[in-house]
Write a protein that binds this ligand. Structure first.
Ligand code: FAQ
Length: 329
């Protein structure tokens, strides 16, 4: 039996009989090395399946929980135009969550199981969504920095080794790039607006900069999953490499806005051809991902309430389907 209580799949049984050096396992790694995508019905090691379920479901949960901080501002957007754009962006995030749940289901886990894991705290979602959105400028900072970091991490995932995940990421990245632009456009308006707006823009970057850098995950040396995930090409680039790329691209954008990046150690390093940057507060990161961030409880409570409030809809849809099937029979 698997952890979820489901009977072990035949592939898992085959794997436990044949082991890591089995012809299937060798053929699998050969396909990965040749950049041939793995599809749901192909043989795969159970650990590969589990790693994908973990990463993809956490990614899906991040998209869904990620709607909450911005949803907070839809009713308070400063104009109809801004409200329409923000609404469209938040709806896109819902769509991303749904593609990713569907893609994860092809690995043999149900959506109900994934949601149960989120609600019980056994599955994570991105640390970034545990911070509050205090002013309208936070909508700009989220689009610019959070979606900017998400794109940096997700473009390489368009070449991840599992076909359904890679294909979902192509569309998601296109939409994320619209999100990044809308955020930067808000930042331009605020940074070049009234003195009070500029103060709000600066306060937003002050609060979102460091948590955005944490989105890429722990340093490579402390990342337990990276080595194997890189070997399997689930991850295509390491946490630290992506974080550095994000900093290198984003600092000139902050300069263009006339805003200060809140890092006194930030400095261009000619020799490395990269920015040097200050120490990230990894204690804060581990606190947030273990449930002790500023909004963890609020976010989970909101998701659990939405799930409970939506029960009658799921029940009605199921009853309708059963009625249709009975009539057809
Ligand atoms: N937050 O060994 P690693 C978005 C956990 S989408 C929380 O390095 P891995 C769109 C990690 O799960 C944002 N937990 O792990 C949007 C593991 O714990 P576990 C989401 C984190 O998987 C924008 C442990 O630490 N994007 O923003 C985080 O190889 C605006 C050890 O770490 C994705 O999910 C974190 N930041 O690498 C939506 C992208 N970092 O599972 C709305 C896909 C690490 O053993 C509004 N995911 N952990 O309990 C990935 O690329 C990878 O999973 C990483 C982590 C890079 C996040």
């Amino acid at each position: 039996m698997t952890k979820s209580g489901k009977p072990k799949s035949t592939t898992a049984m085959t794997e436990s009989i044949t082991g890591k050096d089995s012809p299937e396992a060798k053929a699998f790694q050969k396909k990965i090395d040749a950049d041939i995508t793995i599809e749901p019905k192909d043989w795969m090691p159970e650990a590969y399946r589990h790693t994908l379920i973990r990463q993809m479901s956490q990614h899906a949960h991040s998209e869904i929980v990620g709607m909450l901080p911005e949803g907070n501002w839809i009713g308070r957007a400063p104009s109809l135009r801004r409200k329409m754009i923000l609404l469209a962006k938040v709806q896109d995030e819902a769509g991303h969550g749904l593609y990713l749940y569907s893609a994860t289901e092809t690995l043999g886990i149900s959506r109900d199981q994934m949601i149960e894991q989120l609600h019980s705290g056994s599955a994570k979602y991105s640390s970034i969504f545990n911070y509050p959105t205090l002013t309208w400028a936070d909508m700009g900072a989220i689009g610019w920095l959070v979606d900017g970091a998400a794109i940096m991490n997700q473009v390489p995932l368009c070449r991840t080794s599992f076909g359904p995940y890679a294909r979902a990421m192509v569309r998601i990245c296109k939409e994320e790039s619209f999100h990044q632009r809308q955020g930067y456009e808000i930042m331009i308006a605020m940074a070049h607006g009234s003195p009070a707006q500029k103060v709000m823009a600066q306060s937003a970057i002050d609060r979102w900069w460091w948590p955005s850098l944490m989105m890429f995950g722990p340093p490579d040396a402390d990342s337990p999953h990276s080595a194997q995930s890189l070997k399997w090409k689930i991850k295509r680039t390491s946490n630290d490499t992506l974080r550095q790329k994000f900093i290198d691209v984003t600092v000139p954008q902050a300069e263009f806005l006339g805003l200060e990046v809140p890092d006194p150690d930030l400095k261009w390093n000619k020799k490395r051809d990269h920015y040097d940057f200050g120490e990230i507060d990894w204690d804060e990161f581990y606190q947030v991902i273990s449930g002790n961030g500023p909004c963890n409880k609020e976010r989970l409570d909101a998701r659990i309430k939405a799930w409970e409030d939506g029960k009658w809809v799921r029940d009605a849809a199921l009853a309708y389907e059963q009625k249709k099937q009975a009539a057809a029979a």
